[in-house]
Design a binder for this molecule. Structure first.
Ligand SMILES: [Zn+2]
Length: 298
């Protein structure tokens, strides 16, 4: 029985890849550890290379089922659906399709991916190009009867395609697409969206553009983040960052958001557990005071 079977949590919390405190373990072992820690989901990271084979995919699939862990998969970082070079655009299509096919073998429900860069193109031209390419990909997956949901991610650097609006419009215009909302990226991109009211407003916007159902199957990324004028620099742990994650959790609760939270902090399992405890109201009062004194000076 899954350790989570008795909990009626609407939001699942888990890690982006193998928790950093684990050294030299197979992904299936990491999935078991994540379950034993009390977490609920796991994102397979195919970001730098594809290390999966038929055997590891089957092992991952079986372990996740045994432990009640919900899987998603993050596709290659080397995808640019807006590349002006046709060869690179075609290779990007191939990488994304390959990620989706491996996700299905692993039993992962969603594939998260980065759309690419604006390069020399305007945001409007880029949107048109990304949309056209994603439509091609979606139509291939439809023919294959793929059960996997494609999730373009909101991006943290201003050179990257993927503002909230761009991602929501893509999801509205292409059947089968749902967003991956990375709140750290959204925050880092402009240095805004870091309060209860802003989180709530953003979620209302998602509801307005994609319908109520979208809030019942959201895929969220969160980490602490360092940023400057150009946006994201790198991920840090939540407690070292300025991100108001307690207000974020409260907004998700109040808006009855359901789905998956994947933590991408350097110490991802610790931060995922911190978020889950906050969500369930299980943070001990001394811990809570500590976090509040750290993050809410005013
Ligand atoms: Zn990502």
């Amino acid at each position: 029985m899954s350790p989570d079977a008795n909990q009626s949590t609407k939001l699942r919390f888990g890690t982006a890849g193998i928790p950093s405190f684990l050294k030299n373990v197979a992904t299936s072992q990491a999935i078991e550890t994540v379950a034993r820690l009390g977490l609920d989901c796991f994102e397979i990271e195919l970001v730098k290379s594809n290390w999966l084979n038929g055997e590891t995919a089957q092992e991952i699939n079986q372990t996740a089922k045994r432990w009640g862990i919900k899987l998603s998969l993050h596709a290659s970082y080397f995808i640019n659906l807006n590349s002006p070079e046709e060869g690179k655009r075609l290779a990007s299509i191939e990488r994304l399709l390959s990620a989706v096919r491996w996700a299905e073998k692993c039993g992962a429900e969603s594939v998260v991916f980065h759309c690419g860069y604006y390069g020399q193109r305007s945001p409007q031209e880029s949107f048109h190009q990304v949309k056209t390419t994603l439509k091609e990909i979606a139509s291939i997956l439809k023919i294959e009867n793929s059960p996997v949901i494609l999730r373009p991610e909101t991006m943290g650097r201003r050179s990257q395609f993927g503002t909230l609006e761009e991602i929501l419009f893509l999801c509205r215009e292409i059947e089968g697409l749902q967003p991956c909302l990375d709140f750290s990226h959204i925050h880092a991109r402009e240095g805004k969206v870091n309060s209860y009211a802003e989180f709530q407003r953003l979620l209302l916007k998602v509801e307005k553009k994609l319908g109520k159902a979208a809030l019942k199957q959201l895929h969220l990324h969160l980490a602490g983040v360092l940023y400057n004028q150009q946006g994201e620099i790198r991920h840090i742990n939540l407690e070292e960052s300025d991100f108001r994650f307690d207000e974020w959790i409260q907004a998700l609760k109040d808006m009855n958001v359901e789905g998956t939270v994947i933590c991408e902090s350097p110490d991802q399992s610790r931060d995922a557990l911190l978020l889950k405890k906050l969500y369930l109201g299980q943070l001990r009062s001394e811990e809570k005071n500590f976090f509040e004194s750290q993050f809410k000076p005013e």
